[in-house]
Design a protein around this ligand. Structure first.
Ligand code: GLV
Length: 306
C-alpha cells in the first residue's frame, strides 16, 4: 500500500519527514513522480490537477492537506464513493483565531488610522475605540474557537450558520435570519466552508443589509466574495474596510484593484497554514484506520460538503 502526496508547487520534503517520523516504513510516492499508481490506496491532496485521481484504480481514501475540501469536491473525477477526510488541528485553529483577533483589534483600535497619522505626524485623540460586535459566519471548529476567544477578550459575539445548533453558547442565527444577524454586528468574519450554498454569499445584496460601516474579514475562500461588489460596498460606504486573506484568483493578479485600495488590508492566504508536524499524527492515524477498516477521523459529510 502506497500513500501519494499530490500538492503541485509545494516542497513535499517536510510532509514526508513528518509522516515518516510517525510511520517509518510507510511507502510514499510524490506527484509528479508517481510510477506505481496501482499501489496507491490513500492520497493527500492540495490543489491537485483535476481528473488526476482517475490514475489510481485502487484508491480508497482521500485526505485534504488542509481544513478545506472544496478543492477536492470541485473535481468531478473525485466521484461520490470515496471517503474524504480533512485536517482538524489545534495549531491550525490557533493560527486562524489569532489572525481574526488581530483583524478585530486592528479595527477596534484603528491601527491603520494611527499608522497613517504617524506618517503624517498627526496628533488626533478623537474617538480612539470603535465599539465592536462581531458576527462569525461559520461556527465549526474554526469559527467556534474564534467566538469563544473573542468572547474571552470581552467582545460581544454572535454566530451564523447553515445547520441547526442545539445548546450553542452564543446567540446563533440560521439562513433565514441572515438580515437579523447582520443588523446586530459591525464586524463580519467569514469562516464558512465553500459549498454551492455559500459560494458568492458575500455580495452586494448582503452588504446592503449590513450595519453602515461594517468591517469585513474574509479568511475562508475567495469564492465566497464577489470582489467587484466589495469595491462597490466600500465606495458607497456600506462597509468601512476589509481584511482579506483569500481571493478568487491566487496569487492575486498584479493588476487587481485590491492592491491599491486603501480600505483593504490583504495577506497572501497565510491566515492559517497547515503545519505538517502537527497534522501528521492524524494523517497516519487515518492511514492505519484505513488498513484496519476502522472509522476514520475528521470524515467529511459529502452531503453537507464539509
Ligand atoms: C487553508 O486554506 C485550509 O483549508 O487549510
Amino acid at each position: 500500500m502506497s500513500l501519494a502526496i499530490i500538492s503541485p508547487g509545494r516542497d513535499p520534503k517536510v510532509w514526508i519527514e513528518a509522516l515518516r517520523y510517525h510511520q517509518p516504513e510507510i511507502d510514499i510516492q510524490v506527484y509528479p513522480e508517481i510510477d506505481r499508481p496501482e499501489a496507491v490506496e490513500m492520497a493527500l491532496l492540495w490543489q491537485h490537477p483535476p481528473g488526476y485521481l482517475k490514475t489510481f484504480p485502487n484508491l480508497k481514501l482521500i485526505s485534504s492537506l488542509g481544513a478545506g475540501v472544496d478543492h477536492i469536491l470541485s473535481d468531478p473525477a473525485v466521484g461520490d464513493a470515496l471517503p474524504i477526510v480533512r485536517i482538524v488541528d489545534e495549531k491550525l485553529t490557533w493560527s486562524m483565531t489569532n489572525y481574526v483577533i488581530m483583524g478585530v483589534l486592528n479595527f477596534h483600535r484603528q491601527f491603520l488610522r494611527y499608522y497613517h497619522d504617524q506618517h503624517a505626524k498627526t496628533w488626533d485623540m478623537t474617538n480612539p475605540e470603535i465599539p465592536v460586535k462581531v458576527g462569525v459566519m461559520g461556527v465549526g471548529a474554526l469559527g467556534g474557537d474564534v467566538l469563544s476567544k473573542l468572547d474571552g477578550l470581552g467582545f460581544e459575539v454572535v454566530g451564523f450558520g447553515f445547520s441547526e445548533k442545539k445548546d450553542f453558547n452564543y446567540p446563533y442565527f440560521q439562513k433565514d435570519q441572515l438580515e437579523e444577524f447582520l443588523s446586530q454586528v459591525n464586524v463580519l468574519v467569514c469562516l464558512l466552508p465553500l459549498t454551492p450554498e455559500t459560494e458568492g454569499i458575500l455580495n452586494l445584496s448582503l452588504f446592503k443589509k449590513c450595519s453602515k460601516g461594517t468591517y469585513l474579514i474574509n479568511v475562508a475562500r475567495g469564492k465566497h466574495l464577489n470582489e467587484a461588489d466589495l469595491l462597490t460596498a466600500l465606495n458607497e460606504e456600506m462597509l468601512s474596510g476589509a481584511l482579506l486573506d483569500v481571493y478568487q484568483q491566487e496569487p492575486l493578479p498584479i493588476s487587481h484593484p485590491f492592491w491599491e485600495e486603501k480600505r483593504i488590508q490583504l495577506t497572501p492566504h497565510i491566515a492559517s497554514v497547515t503545519n505538517p508536524k502537527a497534522a501528521a499524527p492524524q494523517i497516519i492515524e487515518n492511514y492505519k484506520r484505513l488498513i484496519a477498516s476502522l472509522p476514520l477521523l475528521n470524515l467529511v459529510n459529502r452531503t453537507r460538503g464539509y
